[in-house]
Ligand binder design. Sequence first.
Ligand SMILES: C[S@@+](CC[C@H](N)C(=O)[O-])C[C@H]1O[C@@H](n2cnc3c(N)ncnc32)[C@H](O)[C@@H]1O
Length: 201
Amino acid sequence: MKIRPKDREYEDNQLYANMCHLSGALENDSDVWQCQKVLADVAVHKPRTFLEVGTRTGLLPLKVALAHPEIHVYGVDTVSAFLDIANTRCDKFHLQDKCLRLYYCEQDMHDLSSHVEVGYVCSIGVLEHSHNPKLALSEIFRVCHRRVYLEIDLAHDEKYAGSHYTTETQPEDWLSMLPKDHGFDLRWVRIGNTLTIEGTK
Ligand SMILES: C[S@@+](CC[C@H](N)C(=O)[O-])C[C@H]1O[C@@H](n2cnc3c(N)ncnc32)[C@H](O)[C@@H]1O
């Protein structure tokens, strides 16, 4: 049977979720490093709400919620198996029961309509999976009203050919798709194959 790219991506995600369940090892070095960067940035900008788009098993929202009891934290992803893990871990810390301030929900980055006015929106390694990056970017910039932090993998694996891009991309490809008049003071940097775009309003 021929596996379509989207199925392949779904299978990868399921496999990852199962591995997390089996090993209990939810963090690897790069996860921890990315979390530290965003945690430090959140401490500087002090948003009242935080959203991670494409949160996988929700490690970053959990860390933000633990470090900043005053912030309402959201993590969205399209793979329910990941969100099950995120919620199980969240239960362990009683963050949902006691404070009702850490939420994970199944949602697509192309339609963030249940979110309005989020102070800090972050997305790491997710936009390159989009079949319509312009729409995904417009959703992120629509809901974000203060600080945005995006990391995009420019060297896209061909197995994700269901996304908009099937080959390596350049920073300009992504910058040209940002919504006009977004109102953010944006900076971007390319390090290796990672494009980081960050901005403040
Ligand atoms: C490479 S992982 C990155 C996860 C996490 N941000 C990190 O840095 O570890 C990509 C994540 O994006 C999610 N994703 C893919 N397409 C999505 C979509 N349309 N909307 C929301 N999340 C999506 C996948 O399920 C997966 O959890």
